[in-house]
Design a protein around this ligand. Sequence first.
Ligand code: PEP
Ligand code: CO
Length: 485
Amino acid sequence: MSAALAMSHRVGALADARQPARESRHDGRLYTRRMTIVEPTWTPGSWRSFPAGQQPEWADAAALAAVGQRLRELPPLVFAGEARALLAALGEVCEGRAFVLQAGDCVESFREVSAPGIREKLKVMLQMSAVLTYGATLPVVKVGRIAGQFAKPRSSPTELVDGVELPSFRGHIVHDDDATLEARTPDPARLLQGYYQSASTLNLLRAFTKGGFADLTHVHTWNREFVASSPAGQRYEALAGEIERALRFMEAIGIDLGRERTLHEVDIWTSHEGLLLEYEEALTRTDSLTGQPYDCSAHMLWIGDRTRELEGAHVEFFSGVWNPIGVKLGPSASPEQAVALAERLNPARVPGRLTLIARMGAERVRELLPPLLEAVRAAEIPVVWVCDPMHANMVRTTSGRKTRHFGTIMEELHGFFAAHREVGTWPGGVHLEFTGEEVTECLGGAEEIVEAQLPSRYETLCDPRLNGRQALDVAFRVAELMRAL
Ligand code: PEP
Ligand code: CO
């Protein structure tokens, strides 16, 4: 059944007259259990009547409106049918038949966009997903934080740069990162630049993933090279060897690895935090096939931990588009809030529609996560549970640099798997910040990066990212955890 049909089926199920009459909201409309439309309220712009956190103070309203108009006229970046295909794939994760890897940059840069940068990220993502697929013996849905991950929420409106207080950096789609007041002034023309950079990044991703770069035998060779050169190589050797034998087995029974489409083409879906609602609204289109609104800036969008208020503009906006949606849940999220968000964002109970991305911190995940898992399960709202072991594990070095420790990241992942084991729910996937480059931003990993090495390649514009090798270390260790499921 296609995702669209699955969705209409689910909505149709609400019409069952045996169900108790109850109201629910979806696509901005209020439905009773008998599907009477009570009050159509959602439009792509209805978020404007709700409080919107973390929006830049655009100085020139006329320039902003003109950019919005231009974006409305430009072609969508993704097709609604693709968002539905991702919804169906995430529906499989929801049912425990697949796993999701959502990963990529903390924030993409306007300055450092290049083919090698995109290629290296994709390469690591493919390597990680090959390892995870084999570890779980399940399909891995690959979702990049890429081709649109440009806007950052910040805890404080200002930050100190070399002793000078400046507006906090909110991403290149808003302003420049130089340490001057002028650079930090929001410029609406950057929304257009973000659109065009997303288009060119997505174009190259599509070319690589369908044009032969993603061939599993290449990916496996890269993994062999990684294992051979890693100090943790012995630990990873067994798994890499098994993958090799599986490939040889397929060849031996006559499968032509070169001609098997599934072995050399993959789907990489795009995602970003849907933070700037002016931009997301302007890229919302009515799907010509279903008549439903889709935010065509990416396949999947997520709502950040700082903008997930139930009565806030972000939840209002994303309640009405039909893409798969994520919500980050930090340590302050209560079980009641998680259920209310799930009810508001997935009233039709479509598997794959909603992904809850828990980022509780290594210390508290075992205590905080089980009550959320239990409450959402008791409410009978299908969700995909994903672990983001990055965002609640930030520490500062003695010199004041933001970093994360590989060991702490793994500890949160262990806690996430343990919580699901305890409650009996499915640990659906992981959400990571990494780059393909050999940066030195996070501590530890098989190569044991130490504090004194951080300055050598500390290049992030915002949060510290795993480098390519650390990201692969995580993948091999998560594969071990999945094997134990
Ligand atoms: C992020 O994913 O980069 C981010 C800011 O996350 P969170 O909303 O979880 O803090
Ligand atoms: Co981040």
